[in-house]
Design a protein around this ligand. Structure first.
Ligand code: PHE
Ligand code: ZN
Ligand code: ZN
Ligand code: ZN
Length: 296
């Protein structure tokens, strides 16, 4: 079980921007970090990161970082990457998006030693930077792996928005039965199944979450690495059918404070957060033991 609370530390925010619209900035990428500014769009990442000014102006650039930690145990050639983005949008403190996901990853990281020698595959905990600027941290990570390093990653589990106030239990549609057109690597369907089996056994209904690459799993599936994950919904509207299953209000956004100043500690459905965090922990436990597909 996990809970989100205010421990008195300030939320991380991006600053305001000013500069010239349409201008392209070429910033050399040195080491495991990159510079960025709000309202920038990333165009490419190799050697140089090309950033285009999306809105009006820039007066600030910042360096962002991914924070990554591995279990000591487990095969280094079959790594399970569990990730969540650590940044928020400029406008809000980002408690549901994505304090909920990062709290989940941190909690699993804190607890995983209890599995002891059940950990057969190394688990890598990734706190991605600059997701809101265009998946910059996760893209940097995946595209800067050598082919041999990339081959050591078995799969990616992503957790972005787990406590939406008008939420639902969403499981990434890894087999793309909804036809998002992202052509996901085949193993993504098997990952979806692990989540579906878990919630099926708990008699908790779930809903497919469109596998459209709109979070940090995108760069993984774009580079042939299977992925999966959970989310409780962003700006889309809850359907009447979902309101029957999960309660809440049909016709209203899953998260009415999505990317807004009101995404505060009050913007959290602790029931759904707890259920999705349990599913996340379950999936990590399964894949730490074996990444072979399970049936049933
Ligand atoms: N990645 C989005 C964000 O951080 C959230 C999201 C994920 C929205 C998946 C839709 C689908 O804002
Ligand atoms: Zn967001
Ligand atoms: Zn997010
Ligand atoms: Zn599916």
């Amino acid at each position: 079980a996990i809970a989100i609370y205010n421990d008195g530390t300030a939320p991380d925010r991006m600053g305001p921007v000013s500069g010239t619209a349409g201008q392209a900035w070429r910033i050399p990428v040195i080491g495991p970090s990159y510079q960025l500014g709000t309202d920038l769009v990333k165009a490419a990442t190799s050697g140089t990161l090309t950033l285009h000014v999306k809105t009006s102006t820039i007066n600030e650039q910042r360096t962002a970082h991914n924070v990554i930690a591995d279990t000591e145990r487990g095969r280094a050639d079959n790594v399970v990457v569990m990730g969540a983005h650590l940044d928020s949008v400029t406008k809000g403190p980002g408690i549901n998006d994505n304090g909920s996901g990062t709290a989940t990853v941190l909690t699993v990281a804190e607890q995983i030693a209890r599995l002891g020698d059940q950990i057969k595959n190394k688990v890598r905990f990734a706190f991605w930077g600059a997701e809101e600027e265009g998946l910059l941290g996760s893209t940097y990570y995946v595209t800067h792996l050598s082919a041999a390093q990339r081959a050591t990653i078995a799969l990616n589990l992503n957790f972005d928005m787990l406590g939406s106030p008008n939420g639902r239990r969403g499981v990434y549609d890894g087999d793309d039965s909804e036809g998002a057109g992202t052509n996901p690597p085949a193993g993504s369907g098997a990952i979806e199944k692990v989540f579906l089996n878990y919630y099926g056994a708990r008699k908790l209904q779930t809903s497919p979450s469109t596998f459209d690459g709109r979070s940090d799993y995108g760069p993984f599936i774009d580079n042939g690495i299977p992925a999966g994950g959970l989310d409780s919904g962003a700006e889309k509207l809850k359907t009447a059918e979902e309101a029957k299953i999960y309660g809440g209000e049909a016709g209203k956004p899953y998260d009415g404070c999505y990317h807004q100043a009101c995404d505060t500690y009050a913007n959290n459905n602790s029931t759904i957060l707890d259920q999705l965090a349990d599913g996340a922990a379950h999936a990590v436990q399964v894949f730490a033991k074996s990444t072979l597909p399970v049936n049933g």
